[in-house]
Design a binder for this molecule. Structure first.
Ligand SMILES: NC(=O)c1ccc[n+]([C@@H]2O[C@H](COP(=O)([O-])OP(=O)(O)OC[C@H]3O[C@@H](n4cnc5c(N)ncnc54)[C@H](O)[C@@H]3O)[C@@H](O)[C@H]2O)c1
Length: 424
């Protein structure tokens, strides 16, 4: 799913307007939607009841979308792919017109600007999940509000602007006992899951040795017209934070923990405070060396990962999502079994990487009462790599995983000691 160049004014904090109802009264999966504004309706909070139950059908999870912009469409579409077990009940946006237009366009029954009202739910039944789809600078405050209302969260990437904010969110999740998952949809494609499972000593692909991870995308100047783009304070960074984070997260899902990074970053051509390109070399805990490029300056766009292992080269090349066909395995001399492992499991109809795949996994976890994927702890490792790429680029020194802790200049902002181009 592409990051959208669509612009609009993003304000922080929700106003207290009533949530309005955009459809006439009807009954869906045990929940009656009324045309009366939600703030005037009787609410009977039932803290332990966060799923709706249609006595004649399966358990259905009601979710709400916070932020009715570009990526929110992917969330509604993803939930529709699981229509038998979930539905989006309401959309909340700081911009009432935008919320209403989103609801009309997507068929979401209710829309409004009051997140507290949406979190209180309908007829006292709280939503099972809040999809936080707002600009990055609002994620932690909105997710925390959801947690405090007892509603689990699926928050868009990047989950937080800094490791300090990420730790605040982790603390809020621990304090409330309510779970947060982060959207990293590329972990959930059929081929990605297969490859992750096949890497390692004694596995079909063997030990990883060398890797390449490229997010080479193109965004013209108008992309930065949106008020939240291009600033350390609201977007949190450039292609390293906002775009390459997807491939880097997939790389970590494949290779395991990273250990040390050396990086450079530059602002070469775009109207942004942040970098528009970064280049890094990463050493993983198992010794694998990887290069990581993140760019918004690259006319032939690609998202690609290549891992050379003991037994094969495994590669994926796509843009915003892959299917099995986007992967290729080339066996090393003397290891034909790696190629046959790959072709034996190929499935042209298998799901690719998409929000629908991750939403399915989140619904499975809600059903099972297990941790929602991708967990905040795993997402923190990815955010630590992003922070460390910036820290290395801005200090000229290698940075180790975990080194950016309270007191470090890069703990509270990805800008750390400041980008060289801002200091000039
Ligand atoms: N996973 C992916 O592939 C992917 C792709 C694109 C964007 N994203 C991420 O999704 C998030 C949103 O991006 P977008 O392109 O949809 O943005 P967008 O600007 O199109 O939409 C954001 C919406 O949030 C609303 N909003 C802002 N502050 C709010 C608040 N405090 N409360 C409620 N609503 C608020 C805005 O009015 C707007 O309608 C970003 O974090 C972005 O990085 C993820």
């Amino acid at each position: 799913m592409p990051s959208s160049p669509r612009g609009h004014r993003a304000r922080s904090g929700c106003c207290a307007d009533a949530v309005t109802v955009s459809l006439s009264p009807r009954r869906v999966a045990g929940v009656t939607y009324s045309s009366e504004p939600i703030h005037r309706r009787r609410r009977r909070p039932r803290p332990s009841s966060w799923r709706t139950h249609d006595p004649e059908g399966p358990l259905v999870h009601e979710t709400i979308v916070v932020g009715g912009g570009a990526i929110a469409h992917a969330h509604v579409h993803a939930v529709r792919e699981h229509a038998e077990r979930a539905r989006v009940a309401a959309v909340v946006d700081v911009d009432a017109d935008r919320a209403r237009a989103f609801a009309d366009e997507t068929g979401v029954p209710r829309s409004g600007t009051d997140l507290a009202a949406a979190l209180a739910g309908v007829d006292g039944v709280r939503p099972a999940l809040a999809h936080v789809c707002t600009p990055p600078g609002t994620h932690v405050a909105l997710a925390t509000q959801c947690l405090e209302a007892g509603v689990p969260v699926l928050v868009e990437k990047p989950p937080a602007l800094s490791l300090a904010e990420m730790d605040e969110l982790l603390a809020a999740s621990e304090r409330t006992g309510v779970d947060v998952a982060v959207v990293f949809q590329h972990r959930f494609g059929h081929a990605g899951l297969r490859v992750a499972d096949a890497l390692g000593e004694g596995r079909p692909l063997g030990r990883p040795l060398v890797a390449v991870c490229d997010t080479l995308w193109f965004r013209g100047d108008s992309y930065w017209d949106a008020p939240w783009r291009g600033s350390w304070e609201v977007e949190g960074g450039g292609p390293t934070m906002g775009h390459g984070i997807h491939q880097m997260d997939l790389l970590l899902a494949l290779l395991g923990p990273w250990e040390e990074v050396t990086a450079m970053a530059a602002r070469r051509a775009r109207p942004t405070q942040t970098e528009d390109v970064s280049a890094a070399v990463v050493r993983f805990a198992d010794g694998t060396l990887a290069t990581v490029m993140n760019s918004l300056l690259s006319p032939r766009e690609t998202s690609a990962i290549r891992v050379d292992t003991e037994n094969a080269t495994v590669e994926v090349e796509h843009l915003y999502g892959y299917t099995d066909q986007d992967w290729r395995v080339t066996a090393a001399p003397g290891h034909p079994e790696a190629a046959s492992w790959w072709t034996d499991g190929l499935d042209p109809d298998a799901p690719g990487s998409s929000h629908a795949g991750q939403v399915g996994a989140v619904l499975d976890a809600l059903d099972a009462g297990t941790a929602l994927p991708v967990s905040l702890r795993e997402a923190r490792d990815t955010l630590d790599l992003v922070a460390s790429i910036y820290a290395s680029a801005f200090t000229g020194r290698p940075v180790r995983r975990g080194e950016i802790a309270p007191g470090h200049p890069s703990y509270t902002t990805m800008a750390g000691p400041g980008a060289p181009w801002s200091r000039a």
